[in-house]
Design a protein around this ligand. Sequence first.
Ligand code: ANZ
Ligand code: ZN
Length: 861
Amino acid sequence: MQANLHFFTQSFMKKYNHKEIEPKWRKNWDESGIYKTGESKDKPKYYILDMFPYPSGAGLHVGHPKGYIATDVYGRMRMMQGYNVLHPMGWDAFGLPAENFALANKTHPRIATEKNIATFKKQLAQLGFTYDWDREINTTDPEFYKWTQWIFLEMFKRGLAYESREPINWCPSCKTGLANEDLENGRCERCGSVVEKKPMRQWVLKITAYAERMLNDLEKLPDWEESIKEMQKNWIGKSEGASIKFTVILSAAERNEESREETGSFADAQDDVSIKVFTTRPDTLFGATYMVLAPEHELIKNYELRIKNYGEVKKYAEDAKNKSEVERAELNKEKTGVELKGIKAINPVNNEEIPVFVADYVLAGYGTGAIMAVPGHDERDFEFAKKYGLAIREVVKAEKKNDGECFSGEGVSVNSGFLDGLTTPEAKKKMIFWLAEKGIGKKSVSYKIKDWVFSRQRYWGEPFPLVFCEACAEKVKSGKYKEGDFSQGEIVNPGWVGVSELPVTLPEVEHYEPTGTGESPLANIGEWVNTKCPKCGGAAKRETNTMPQWAGSSWYYLRFEDPKNDKALVDKEKEKYWSPVDFYVGGAEHATRHLIYARFWHKFLYDIGAVSYDEPFTRLQHVGLILAEDGRKMSKRWNNVINPDEIVEKYGADAMRVYEMFMGPFSQPVAWNTNGLIGARKFLERVWKLKSKVQNSESQKSRIQKLDNLLHKTIKKVGEDIESFKFNTAISQMMILVNEMTAADGLSKEQYEALLKILAPFAPHLCEELWTEVGNEKELESIFNEEWPKYDSELIKDEIIDLVIQVNGKVRDTISVDAEVSEEEAKKIALESENVKKWTENKEVKKIVYVKGKLVSIVVL
Ligand code: ANZ
Ligand code: ZN
């Protein structure tokens, strides 16, 4: 009999075999369509989104899916909580990475991209995600980029896109212009080359028109991480101050010279020559003892004849152009510069003649590209003045300051005439008032963010829906047209005409390598370039630059709400139902790139009535990197990449999912560790084995009930921890529960099922399997159709607690008492303790304090 029973249990104790379970359940989910998302009005919606990947040739490594697993866990919990969950996936497939890969592998970017997408999709599929693939999108699909072009055109129509020839960042290796957001410490973010400044024709989007709103509306985002909001604030970089005009004159020596030659004064020859500066400290104007121009400042070029040492100045300016902006702005670097001999500026507040320098610590792209230097109160000016022996004047009194140091804080104005005695904020106001009265200055705001350089000289991007027409250019320039003939964009950019028939598809080319001449390879395809002007029917040429990689990703999240719509980028009703994205998860590196661009486009779409909310993402969470076992970034270069396919094959997708969520706090970087993965696998095996403990016999009931306290505590904690993305502590709590369950004599079916339900978001395949094994084997049933378990607040109360008793701050006893003990009772118990009595006998009790559930503190004299 005994032997028989043994045999019986053995045969029922199938081993946990992920290779059998996992594909089976994925097939089952596909067939039941459990993850298909509709707009069911009877349920609350929840839109959870991963930042979609660009499908690189290398495929996924184990770090990539970390965020996807997290959103999957969260989304599954929301499903079980009764939400209609949208959790989609797609491909950000245009742009340099895809194109560089294609070039290196000598394949057309489209073919390479298709292949890469297939690989990514296969790899993602085996991790058991809830993605509804009916909603898959791909930014390189003409049906998708039609709407990217449409948005651009709407911006163009309203004058928010303009053609510019300003020097921009140029990557000599990627052979394309770049936006500021594409740089990392002055280098190309993609290839690491030092970026040059190069004047180029390009399209620019007026993101600065939205700077103020993007800044202010950060306040509408309480569920964004503070650190990311702070990065956006700094990137937008709003400074308030004043702009001030300084008149430029000939230096005294030159003036004498000129009057002798009777050639007239500088001012006669050049009316109103002045330098405009932006300053955040107008209160320090009395301390401005010299001025500095950026090497690119136009006054330098324009006054070649007036600058006595022009050769030296020019050489300095040329050299400066080879330095990166970061290098130039470096606070600690040795300051250099050259005085512009022959001219001076006049400080308007005291009429002093002050020298003018060119120096590379002043940047062309910020403020006005010129500064008033106040060496007494600006660190960089201070260093410069010491080096060149320029006057340093104290005009702000610090409360405490060491001699011979520069004070850049706020204080009280001194040596400043009508400002003396005023605090810095008062003095700023008064000075701005004075400047405005004289007509030489006014309140001014400056932003660090620059308009978005939006064209690339590459093949693999969205074509611009624009043509250039000479005839229309003439009409616009001559002004001989009726109102309504041209849009604002067409007037701002004479000759450029919008193509309203979309999409403008990317033509096939034979050579898609960048030309390097500043023209995209599209420029070589005559039959595509030469076209008809949609406005006047005359001969026209297409724009041959393409859009940057960030274009499609600036609005893709809207398309998931209605991916197949060919009438609009998103249907109004569907948008109202799904938007905004409730939870957005992705890499922190996007804080000042994608997330800035997307907020900008979204606000624009809001303004033109295309969407109904003015912020796209309600909650935002960044993912901490998974590093290689050696603690370095996973990279082919270090040969330390771990491929998820091998992990899934050997340990199973569920083990990998549990492990990645257990590795450490979600937002922190953490190194991969195979032992940890094995630990996760063992945990799942214990859950598997627990099945054999499930019993229903009445006689076991009381013992089984002892588990309920821990079970309900675990239900509570797991729910709360998933909510706040603390997956690691959720899992460790489940491990504690599983240990207790393993040690217990038995376990009820309800208890086991509750465990399966809260573990299911992490280990979906395993839990589905066990769920049917314990008797829920209806066809196409799923644990994810079950309700998320609720905890019983009565059951989570601790019955007995340890009450600590202190006398004059020292612990004298610890007593086990009922958790619900009253204050009066607790005090009584404390005073009656023998250990306590020793310290209170013959003393006067001054005070007794009870801290609920923890402590009685007695003070005696
Ligand atoms: C006079 C002054 C006195 C300044 C003083 C500061 C302190 P933020 O806060 O970053 O906006 N500045 C203006 N344009 C510049 C440029 N193109 N390149 C380098 N520096 C520039 O910085 C504003 C301050 O940076 C401005 O205020 C100006 O120096 C300098 F006690 O003007 B200040
Ligand atoms: Zn035309």
